[in-house]
Design a protein around this ligand. Structure first.
Ligand SMILES: *Cc1c(COP(=O)(O)O)cnc(C)c1O
Length: 380
């Protein structure tokens, strides 16, 4: 039995997510940013996050106040040399966002784009790295939250490593849910945030960066507050954040990590999300909704469903569910009309069942039936 208070909203989104009572309770205390207790808490978070990324001995976690995008901006400008060239692998909005960040930074980059329902292609990456010796870094999204697609991180890492280039991974929606083995895969950076699979509250973005490389990165960043090298140096010197830390958010993240450990770590959390995902996709299929992605490409964090069109009206369903305290998410695909339902956060199968029952009840009230489409698309 999870302890989330059922009168609070059920956020079936890609974040911020439903959090547990214990995580929210940890917010209820003030901390001085220079207090030894808070410095110890920060140190503990850095060790825990580096270890969760599979880089306990080789990598360092650098925390920033901000959303996940701040961590991505910090990593791209701090870890890529000013004269570097980045290959950005794009198959959704978050890959596209990394290219946009590099454009704003004025950093040289090339984009290899695939359709939103296709995984990035390691052999195409291999060909491009072979052809362009000026590429220094590759940036990829692990789980493309736009669609819910899981990119083949191991295969991409092995290709990038074989060419001796660096790999930066936006693991925002997979961190804490699926293994990210930074040391084994030779990842230069893993970017994530407090409020997705870690089930903390929003406000901290972090980068787990390879220490040996990080130490060479002085002067790369063009932003003062997003300079990872300077923040890592500060943490090493006195254990403190350079600017006002989100102290309560950090305490809540520490509490959320205790709960991740108690659940059984990343493997157990991934298994719970897989159960939620199967329940969701099966239940939606029974109502007539088709998952956008084939099961082989689907990560167990958020599911894109095709909008079946009239008489179904997603905006009406969204509003009706919001009144029930259940929040879905609009689609973000550039082409297919769609909507998304998350299966992450401090929720259990009863929560998914409650959402499915509410969706079924509203469709029934409106006499909307959706013709069945065949297969369920559930992960097995
Ligand atoms: C959520 C997300 C982001 C951005 O996070 P914000 O906290 O909204 O800035 C970046 N990349 C991926 C893959 C995400 O899922």
């Amino acid at each position: 039995m999870r302890t989330t208070n059922r009168t609070r909203p059920l956020l079936l989104t890609p974040g911020p997510l439903t959090t547990s009572d214990a995580t929210r309770a940890a917010l209820d205390r003030d901390w001085g940013s220079r207090d030894s207790d808070f410095i110890a808490l920060t140190g503990r978070l850095r060790v825990r996050l580096a270890s969760l990324a599979g880089g306990a001995d080789t990598h360092e976690a650098v925390l920033l106040a901000g959303s996940g995008t701040a961590a991505v901006e910090a990593a791209l400008q701090s870890l890529v040399p000013r004269d570097g060239r980045v290959l950005v692998l794009v198959n959704g909005a978050y890959g596209r966002r990394m290219a946009e960040i590099l454009l704003r930074l004025g950093r040289d980059h090339v984009v290899q784009e695939r359709a939103e329902d296709e995984a990035v292609d390691p052999s195409a990456v291999d060909a491009l790295l072979r052809a362009d010796g000026r590429i220094t870094d590759v940036a990829v999204v692990h789980c493309e939250t736009t669609s819910g697609l899981l990119n083949p991180l191991d295969a991409v890492a092995s290709v990038v490593g074989s060419h001796g280039r660096r790999l930066l991974v936006d693991a925002m929606s997979s961190f804490g849910v699926l293994p990210v083995e930074a040391a084994r895969l030779g990842l230069t950076a893993v970017m994530a945030s407090s409020n997705k699979g870690l089930e903390g509250v929003p406000g901290i973005g972090f980068v787990v960066a390879e220490r040996e490389h990080l130490l060479t990165c002085a002067g790369n960043a063009v932003s003062l507050s997003l300079d990872l090298w300077a923040q890592a140096d500060g943490f090493r010197r006195n254990g403190q954040w350079r600017f006002t830390p989100p102290v309560q958010v950090a305490a809540a993240l520490d509490a959320a990590l205790d709960q991740l450990d108690a659940e059984g770590g990343v493997a157990a959390r991934g298994a719970r999300y897989r159960r939620l995902h199967a329940r969701l996709v099966d239940g939606m299929a029974a109502l007539g909704f088709e998952a956008y992605l084939p099961p082989a490409l689907q990560a167990p964090v958020i599911v894109t469903f095709r909008d079946p069109g009239p008489p179904f009206d997603f905006a009406a369903l969204y509003d009706a569910l919001a009144a029930d305290g259940i929040v879905l998410y609009p689609g973000k695909l550039t082409r297919a009309p769609s909507f998304r339902v998350g299966c992450m956060g401090a929720i259990d199968e009863a929560d998914i069942a409650r959402a499915l029952a509410a969706i079924g009840a509203h469709l029934g009230r409106w006499s909307v039936t959706i013709p069945s489409h065949g297969g369920t698309g559930a992960l097995r």
